[in-house]
Write a protein that binds this ligand. Structure first.
Ligand code: PRT
Ligand code: ZN
Length: 283
Protein backbone atom coordinates (compact mmCIF):
# COMPACT_ATOMS: atom_id res chain seq x y z
CA UNK A 1 0.00 0.00 0.00
CA UNK A 2 1.25 3.46 -0.90
CA UNK A 3 -0.28 6.75 0.21
CA UNK A 4 -0.47 9.74 -2.15
CA UNK A 5 -1.24 13.26 -0.93
CA UNK A 6 -3.30 15.34 -3.37
CA UNK A 7 -4.60 18.89 -3.10
CA UNK A 8 -8.11 18.62 -1.64
CA UNK A 9 -9.45 21.51 -3.71
CA UNK A 10 -7.90 24.13 -5.90
CA UNK A 11 -6.05 24.34 -9.16
CA UNK A 12 -4.16 21.04 -9.00
CA UNK A 13 -6.97 18.88 -7.63
CA UNK A 14 -8.78 17.91 -10.83
CA UNK A 15 -5.75 17.27 -12.99
CA UNK A 16 -4.07 15.21 -10.27
CA UNK A 17 -7.16 13.00 -9.97
CA UNK A 18 -7.46 12.77 -13.76
CA UNK A 19 -3.83 11.72 -14.16
CA UNK A 20 -4.24 8.92 -11.62
CA UNK A 21 -7.47 7.80 -13.28
CA UNK A 22 -5.77 7.66 -16.66
CA UNK A 23 -3.09 5.55 -14.99
CA UNK A 24 -5.84 3.09 -14.01
CA UNK A 25 -6.14 4.28 -10.42
CA UNK A 26 -9.74 5.17 -9.71
CA UNK A 27 -11.04 6.24 -6.32
CA UNK A 28 -13.75 8.22 -4.67
CA UNK A 29 -13.11 11.94 -5.01
CA UNK A 30 -15.66 13.16 -2.51
CA UNK A 31 -14.67 16.58 -1.25
CA UNK A 32 -15.73 15.74 2.29
CA UNK A 33 -13.47 12.75 2.77
CA UNK A 34 -9.89 13.14 3.92
CA UNK A 35 -8.86 9.63 2.88
CA UNK A 36 -9.95 7.52 -0.07
CA UNK A 37 -8.90 4.03 -1.12
CA UNK A 38 -8.45 2.88 -4.67
CA UNK A 39 -10.17 -0.32 -5.63
CA UNK A 40 -7.83 -1.14 -8.50
CA UNK A 41 -4.38 -0.32 -7.15
CA UNK A 42 -2.92 -0.55 -3.63
CA UNK A 43 -3.14 3.20 -3.16
CA UNK A 44 -4.65 5.43 -0.55
CA UNK A 45 -5.37 9.10 -1.34
CA UNK A 46 -4.87 11.69 1.39
CA UNK A 47 -6.47 15.05 0.59
CA UNK A 48 -4.58 18.03 1.99
CA UNK A 49 -4.09 21.75 1.40
CA UNK A 50 -1.24 22.20 -1.02
CA UNK A 51 0.75 24.09 1.65
CA UNK A 52 0.83 20.95 3.79
CA UNK A 53 1.79 18.43 1.11
CA UNK A 54 5.60 19.00 1.02
CA UNK A 55 5.93 18.54 4.77
CA UNK A 56 3.59 15.54 4.88
CA UNK A 57 5.68 13.75 2.23
CA UNK A 58 8.97 14.79 3.77
CA UNK A 59 7.89 13.25 7.09
CA UNK A 60 6.44 10.15 5.49
CA UNK A 61 2.83 10.87 6.53
CA UNK A 62 2.21 10.33 2.82
CA UNK A 63 4.69 8.41 0.65
CA UNK A 64 4.01 10.46 -2.45
CA UNK A 65 2.48 13.83 -3.21
CA UNK A 66 1.47 16.01 -6.13
CA UNK A 67 2.25 19.66 -5.54
CA UNK A 68 3.40 22.80 -7.37
CA UNK A 69 7.16 23.14 -7.64
CA UNK A 70 6.72 26.64 -6.14
CA UNK A 71 5.23 25.14 -2.95
CA UNK A 72 7.95 22.48 -2.84
CA UNK A 73 10.68 25.12 -3.10
CA UNK A 74 9.03 27.54 -0.69
CA UNK A 75 8.76 24.88 2.04
CA UNK A 76 12.40 23.88 1.42
CA UNK A 77 11.06 20.39 1.14
CA UNK A 78 13.38 17.48 1.84
CA UNK A 79 11.30 14.99 -0.19
CA UNK A 80 12.58 13.93 -3.61
CA UNK A 81 11.12 15.16 -6.90
CA UNK A 82 10.51 12.00 -8.90
CA UNK A 83 8.62 13.32 -11.90
CA UNK A 84 7.58 16.62 -13.48
CA UNK A 85 3.94 16.36 -14.45
CA UNK A 86 3.55 19.20 -16.96
CA UNK A 87 0.28 20.65 -15.65
CA UNK A 88 -0.37 23.58 -13.27
CA UNK A 89 2.21 25.56 -15.16
CA UNK A 90 2.89 29.06 -13.90
CA UNK A 91 5.77 31.34 -13.02
CA UNK A 92 6.85 33.30 -9.98
CA UNK A 93 7.47 36.86 -11.02
CA UNK A 94 8.19 40.32 -9.77
CA UNK A 95 5.70 42.97 -10.84
CA UNK A 96 5.61 46.74 -10.39
CA UNK A 97 2.94 49.42 -10.96
CA UNK A 98 2.56 49.79 -14.70
CA UNK A 99 3.52 53.49 -14.77
CA UNK A 100 6.96 52.83 -13.23
CA UNK A 101 10.07 53.30 -15.35
CA UNK A 102 11.80 49.94 -15.12
CA UNK A 103 15.11 48.90 -16.62
CA UNK A 104 16.54 46.03 -14.57
CA UNK A 105 16.39 44.24 -11.22
CA UNK A 106 18.48 46.90 -9.46
CA UNK A 107 15.14 48.79 -9.40
CA UNK A 108 14.20 46.71 -6.35
CA UNK A 109 17.08 47.92 -4.16
CA UNK A 110 15.54 49.47 -1.05
CA UNK A 111 11.98 48.69 -2.21
CA UNK A 112 9.29 46.82 -0.27
CA UNK A 113 8.05 43.70 -2.02
CA UNK A 114 4.86 41.91 -0.94
CA UNK A 115 4.73 38.15 -1.36
CA UNK A 116 3.46 34.80 -0.06
CA UNK A 117 6.75 33.25 -1.21
CA UNK A 118 9.37 34.88 1.04
CA UNK A 119 11.84 31.96 0.90
CA UNK A 120 12.02 31.87 -2.89
CA UNK A 121 12.12 35.66 -3.09
CA UNK A 122 14.89 35.92 -0.48
CA UNK A 123 17.02 33.45 -2.45
CA UNK A 124 16.37 35.29 -5.70
CA UNK A 125 17.31 38.66 -4.21
CA UNK A 126 20.44 37.21 -2.57
CA UNK A 127 21.54 35.71 -5.87
CA UNK A 128 21.10 39.08 -7.61
CA UNK A 129 22.68 40.84 -4.60
CA UNK A 130 19.70 43.15 -4.19
CA UNK A 131 18.80 44.48 -0.76
CA UNK A 132 15.01 44.79 -0.61
CA UNK A 133 12.46 44.50 2.16
CA UNK A 134 10.08 41.53 2.05
CA UNK A 135 6.49 42.02 3.26
CA UNK A 136 5.06 38.58 3.81
CA UNK A 137 1.31 38.44 3.26
CA UNK A 138 -0.88 35.39 2.95
CA UNK A 139 -3.22 36.39 0.14
CA UNK A 140 -4.40 39.14 -2.24
CA UNK A 141 -0.78 40.08 -2.82
CA UNK A 142 -1.69 41.89 -6.04
CA UNK A 143 -3.50 44.68 -4.22
CA UNK A 144 -0.52 45.50 -1.94
CA UNK A 145 0.95 48.32 -4.09
CA UNK A 146 -2.43 50.03 -4.59
CA UNK A 147 -3.12 50.13 -0.84
CA UNK A 148 0.39 51.33 0.00
CA UNK A 149 1.52 48.10 1.65
CA UNK A 150 4.42 47.62 -0.77
CA UNK A 151 6.13 49.08 -3.84
CA UNK A 152 6.08 45.84 -5.81
CA UNK A 153 4.90 42.25 -5.61
CA UNK A 154 6.35 38.80 -6.10
CA UNK A 155 3.61 36.32 -6.99
CA UNK A 156 2.37 33.52 -9.18
CA UNK A 157 1.51 34.55 -12.71
CA UNK A 158 -0.20 32.42 -15.29
CA UNK A 159 -2.08 34.38 -17.97
CA UNK A 160 -1.02 37.72 -16.48
CA UNK A 161 -4.64 38.89 -16.36
CA UNK A 162 -4.62 39.44 -12.59
CA UNK A 163 -1.59 41.73 -12.85
CA UNK A 164 -3.14 43.77 -15.63
CA UNK A 165 -6.43 44.20 -13.80
CA UNK A 166 -4.52 45.47 -10.77
CA UNK A 167 -2.48 48.00 -12.75
CA UNK A 168 0.75 46.02 -12.50
CA UNK A 169 3.33 44.82 -15.03
CA UNK A 170 5.50 41.72 -14.83
CA UNK A 171 9.16 42.68 -14.98
CA UNK A 172 11.23 39.68 -13.84
CA UNK A 173 10.55 35.94 -13.85
CA UNK A 174 12.29 34.23 -10.93
CA UNK A 175 11.12 30.67 -11.49
CA UNK A 176 8.95 28.47 -13.69
CA UNK A 177 6.67 26.05 -11.91
CA UNK A 178 4.52 23.04 -12.71
CA UNK A 179 3.01 20.19 -10.71
CA UNK A 180 5.58 17.64 -9.57
CA UNK A 181 5.33 14.16 -8.10
CA UNK A 182 7.35 14.03 -4.91
CA UNK A 183 8.32 11.06 -2.74
CA UNK A 184 9.57 10.37 0.76
CA UNK A 185 13.26 9.59 0.66
CA UNK A 186 14.21 5.95 1.23
CA UNK A 187 10.88 4.28 0.58
CA UNK A 188 10.62 0.62 1.54
CA UNK A 189 11.32 -1.85 -1.28
CA UNK A 190 7.61 -2.64 -1.51
CA UNK A 191 6.63 1.04 -1.82
CA UNK A 192 9.44 1.74 -4.28
CA UNK A 193 8.10 -1.10 -6.47
CA UNK A 194 4.62 0.49 -6.40
CA UNK A 195 6.12 3.89 -7.25
CA UNK A 196 8.00 2.36 -10.20
CA UNK A 197 4.76 0.78 -11.41
CA UNK A 198 2.94 4.09 -11.07
CA UNK A 199 5.69 5.96 -12.94
CA UNK A 200 5.59 3.40 -15.74
CA UNK A 201 1.85 4.04 -16.13
CA UNK A 202 2.18 7.82 -15.92
CA UNK A 203 4.86 7.78 -18.61
CA UNK A 204 2.60 5.70 -20.88
CA UNK A 205 -0.20 8.23 -20.40
CA UNK A 206 2.13 11.16 -21.06
CA UNK A 207 3.61 9.58 -24.16
CA UNK A 208 0.17 9.26 -25.74
CA UNK A 209 -0.70 12.94 -25.11
CA UNK A 210 -0.93 14.97 -28.30
CA UNK A 211 -0.62 11.80 -30.40
CA UNK A 212 -3.04 10.25 -32.89
CA UNK A 213 -3.17 6.85 -34.50
CA UNK A 214 -3.49 7.00 -38.27
CA UNK A 215 -4.51 4.22 -40.67
CA UNK A 216 -4.64 4.43 -44.46
CA UNK A 217 -4.64 2.42 -47.64
CA UNK A 218 -1.99 3.08 -50.25
CA UNK A 219 -0.35 1.51 -53.29
CA UNK A 220 2.29 -0.96 -52.05
CA UNK A 221 4.96 0.70 -54.17
CA UNK A 222 4.47 3.97 -52.25
CA UNK A 223 5.15 2.42 -48.82
CA UNK A 224 8.73 3.70 -48.71
CA UNK A 225 7.53 7.27 -49.46
CA UNK A 226 4.82 7.04 -46.81
CA UNK A 227 7.25 5.62 -44.24
CA UNK A 228 9.48 8.64 -44.80
CA UNK A 229 6.54 10.93 -44.04
CA UNK A 230 5.34 8.85 -41.07
CA UNK A 231 8.08 7.38 -38.96
CA UNK A 232 6.23 5.25 -36.38
CA UNK A 233 7.16 4.24 -32.87
CA UNK A 234 9.80 1.89 -34.29
CA UNK A 235 8.57 1.52 -37.87
CA UNK A 236 5.06 1.76 -39.30
CA UNK A 237 2.87 -1.34 -39.41
CA UNK A 238 2.08 -2.55 -42.95
CA UNK A 239 -0.60 -5.09 -43.82
CA UNK A 240 -1.43 -6.38 -47.29
CA UNK A 241 -4.97 -5.64 -48.57
CA UNK A 242 -7.10 -8.19 -50.43
CA UNK A 243 -6.76 -6.00 -53.53
CA UNK A 244 -3.41 -6.74 -55.21
CA UNK A 245 -0.90 -3.90 -55.22
CA UNK A 246 -2.46 -2.20 -52.19
CA UNK A 247 -1.48 -2.14 -48.51
CA UNK A 248 -2.76 -0.71 -45.27
CA UNK A 249 -0.37 1.28 -43.15
CA UNK A 250 -0.69 2.25 -39.45
CA UNK A 251 1.40 4.76 -37.54
CA UNK A 252 1.45 7.18 -34.62
CA UNK A 253 1.48 10.88 -35.48
CA UNK A 254 2.03 13.99 -33.45
CA UNK A 255 -1.25 15.92 -33.45
CA UNK A 256 0.46 19.19 -34.35
CA UNK A 257 1.79 17.64 -37.57
CA UNK A 258 -1.36 15.70 -38.40
CA UNK A 259 -2.88 17.82 -41.17
CA UNK A 260 0.41 18.56 -42.87
CA UNK A 261 1.21 14.84 -42.93
CA UNK A 262 -2.24 13.87 -44.21
CA UNK A 263 -1.85 16.31 -47.10
CA UNK A 264 1.51 14.82 -48.05
CA UNK A 265 0.13 11.28 -47.75
CA UNK A 266 -2.75 12.11 -50.07
CA UNK A 267 -0.26 13.48 -52.58
CA UNK A 268 1.50 10.10 -52.75
CA UNK A 269 -1.79 8.23 -53.26
CA UNK A 270 -3.02 7.39 -49.72
CA UNK A 271 -6.78 6.80 -49.46
CA UNK A 272 -9.36 5.96 -46.80
CA UNK A 273 -7.37 7.69 -44.08
CA UNK A 274 -8.64 7.10 -40.55
CA UNK A 275 -7.41 9.07 -37.55
CA UNK A 276 -8.04 7.55 -34.12
CA UNK A 277 -7.47 8.73 -30.57
CA UNK A 278 -4.48 7.13 -28.90
CA UNK A 279 -5.05 6.26 -25.29
CA UNK A 280 -1.86 4.70 -23.93
CA UNK A 281 1.54 4.14 -25.46
CA UNK A 282 3.52 1.36 -23.82
CA UNK A 283 6.98 0.79 -25.19
O1 PRT B 1 -6.38 25.63 -0.60
P1 PRT B 1 -4.97 25.37 -0.98
O2 PRT B 1 -3.96 25.95 -0.02
O3 PRT B 1 -4.74 23.90 -1.25
O4 PRT B 1 -4.75 26.07 -2.41
P2 PRT B 1 -4.11 27.48 -2.78
O5 PRT B 1 -5.20 28.47 -2.86
O6 PRT B 1 -2.92 27.77 -1.95
O7 PRT B 1 -3.51 27.16 -4.23
P3 PRT B 1 -4.23 27.16 -5.66
O8 PRT B 1 -5.20 26.06 -5.76
O9 PRT B 1 -4.64 28.54 -6.05
O10 PRT B 1 -2.94 26.82 -6.56
C1 PRT B 1 -2.28 25.60 -6.43
C2 PRT B 1 -1.05 25.62 -7.33
O11 PRT B 1 -1.45 25.84 -8.68
C3 PRT B 1 -0.05 26.74 -7.09
O12 PRT B 1 0.81 26.47 -5.99
C4 PRT B 1 0.70 26.76 -8.40
O13 PRT B 1 1.70 25.76 -8.41
C5 PRT B 1 -0.36 26.37 -9.42
N1 PRT B 1 -0.87 27.50 -10.25
C6 PRT B 1 -0.90 27.51 -11.60
C7 PRT B 1 -1.38 28.67 -9.83
C8 PRT B 1 -1.73 29.41 -10.97
N2 PRT B 1 -1.43 28.66 -12.06
C9 PRT B 1 -2.32 30.72 -10.82
N3 PRT B 1 -2.63 31.38 -11.82
N4 PRT B 1 -1.62 29.16 -8.59
C10 PRT B 1 -2.18 30.38 -8.46
N5 PRT B 1 -2.51 31.18 -9.52
C11 PRT B 1 -3.13 32.50 -9.19
C12 PRT B 1 -2.22 33.70 -9.41
O14 PRT B 1 -1.54 33.98 -8.22
C13 PRT B 1 -3.20 34.82 -9.74
O15 PRT B 1 -3.56 35.48 -8.56
O16 PRT B 1 -4.23 32.72 -9.98
C14 PRT B 1 -4.42 34.08 -10.24
C15 PRT B 1 -4.71 34.22 -11.71
O17 PRT B 1 -3.55 34.17 -12.47
P4 PRT B 1 -3.44 34.87 -13.91
O18 PRT B 1 -1.98 35.30 -14.10
O19 PRT B 1 -3.84 33.84 -14.90
O20 PRT B 1 -4.35 36.05 -13.91
ZN1 ZN C 1 -2.16 26.82 -0.47
Amino acid sequence: MIRIALQSKGRLNEESIELLREAGIGFESSKRKLLARSEDFPVEILYLRDDDIPHAVERGVADLGIVGLNEYEERECGAAIVHRLGFGKCRLSLAVPKGEAYTDATYFAGKRIATSYPVILRKYLAEKQIGAEIEEIAGSVEIAPAVGLADAIFDIVSSGGTLVSNGLKEVEVAMHSEAVLIATRELSAQKQALLDQLLFRIEAVERSRGKKYILMNLPTDRIADAAAILPGVKSPTILPLAEPGWSSMHAVVDERELWRKIERLKEIGAEDILVLALEKMIL
